[in-house]
Design a protein around this ligand. Structure first.
Ligand code: DOR
Ligand code: ZN
Length: 359
């Protein structure tokens, strides 16, 4: 719902009120970094699917429960936020551990990282056949599978990894487990958009704020731009256009997942820089800007607040979130307690401001 309000100065300012949104894919890290970043997500989103790629990864119900407690402890008193935990699939993970964690409510889903595909994925799955019994059990208990959709091997070009994954891994898994609900995370290609659109009701996809705004040229604008580097890597502009169309389409198979992934500035500005874009501080503003540019602000609520819960079979949130159209400068660097991070949109002025409830 958009309203035109008269401001005290006599001008007008537009506000956008939507049902409280969720982030269906985020990295909250641990320790000092968790303390730094957790509330940026919690202040904008009522719930978030929290990635398990810690060191060591979250592979047991007890680890999931303890991590959830650490997340809640990192938030300011009174903050209402529900972390939805995920289990990290390995070649040897016990299906009963997963099932027990799902039954007790500790785990909402499992995450498949192909081994060595991205940050802290060394213990990921080296061959999907190794988790066949786990997938069987997940299908049986209706536990969603979240996939990092890239095949990593020396002979596959990095820009083709996602498309190859669809053919070599995802299609066979979906054929073998036709009732398994699967989220293809952070899609970056037109191929993935079509795969999801044309697939059965069991497949959906998240789209990040950054993949809606950057293409591969942004990594090389006037020099190497490590803060535009993430995985899956941004692709050609035509793929970005396909993602933008999918996000605003109103198709409930596409919903919000920021993949906000903070790394210390020094770890990104390095000879071998880490992959990840920290979008949490301005995530909703960034999505609003894109939807606004697409003339589709009326579709933001479905994408941010309705389609995710529908797929995950969870209730929609009761509260509201408000965005106000107003210039918002974003700091180039964010610092606290020895941590320095360059946020997404750092140094830019955004067109929207998120208003925390009660302001
Ligand atoms: O860019 C990314 N960063 N992609 C991922 O898949 C992982 C993430 C991270 O954990 O840093
Ligand atoms: Zn991620």
């Amino acid at each position: 719902m958009t309203d035109t309000l008269t401001s005290p100065s006599g001008g007008t300012s537009e506000t956008l009120t939507i049902r409280a949104p969720d982030d269906w894919h985020v990295h909250l890290r641990d320790g000092d970094m968790l303390a730094f970043c957790a509330d940026y997500t919690a202040r904008q989103f009522a719930r978030a699917i929290v990635m398990p790629n810690l060191v060591p990864p979250i592979t047991t119900e007890a680890m999931g429960a303890a991590y959830r407690d650490r997340i809640l402890a990192a938030l300011p008193a009174g903050r209402k936020f529900e972390p939805l935990m995920t289990a990290y699939l390995t070649d040897t993970i016990d299906p009963e551990e997963i099932a027990s964690g799902f039954k007790s409510g500790v785990f909402t889903a499992c995450k498949l990282y192909p081994a060595n595909a991205t940050t802290n994925s060394a213990s990921g799955v080296s061959d999907v056949k190794n988790i066949w019994r786990v997938l069987e059990r997940m299908q049986e208990i209706d536990m969603p599978l979240l996939v990092h959709g890239e095949v990593v091997s020396a002979d596959i070009d990095i820009f083709d990894r996602e498309a190859v994954f669809l053919d070599q891994v995802l299609a066979p898994v979906m054929k073998a487990f036709p009732r398994l609900r699967v989220v293809l995370e952070h899609i970056t290609t037109e191929d993935s958009v079509r795969f999801v659109e044309n697939g059965p009701e069991t497949i959906a996809a998240t789209i990040t704020a950054h993949h809606l705004r950057i293409d591969r040229n942004d990594m090389f604008k006037g020099g190497m731009r490590p803060h535009a580097y993430c995985l899956p890597v941004a692709k050609r502009r035509l793929h970005r256009e396909a993602l933008r169309k999918a996000a605003v389409s109103g198709n409930p198979k596409f919903f919000l997942g920021t993949d906000s992934a903070p790394h210390q500035r020094s770890d990104k500005e390095s000879a071998c820089g880490c992959a990840g874009i920290f979008s949490a501080p301005n995530a909703l503003e960034s999505y609003a800007q894109t939807f606004d540019e697409m003339g589709a602000l009326d579709r933001l609520e479905g994408f941010a607040s309705e389609f995710g819960p529908k797929f995950y079979q969870l209730p929609k949130n009761e509260g509201e979130a408000q965005l106000r159209r107003s210039p918002q400068p974003v700091p180039e660097i964010m610092t606290a307690d020895g941590i320095e991070i360059v946020p997404f949109h750092g140094g830019e002025t955004m067109g929207w401001i998120f208003q925390p409830p009660g302001v």
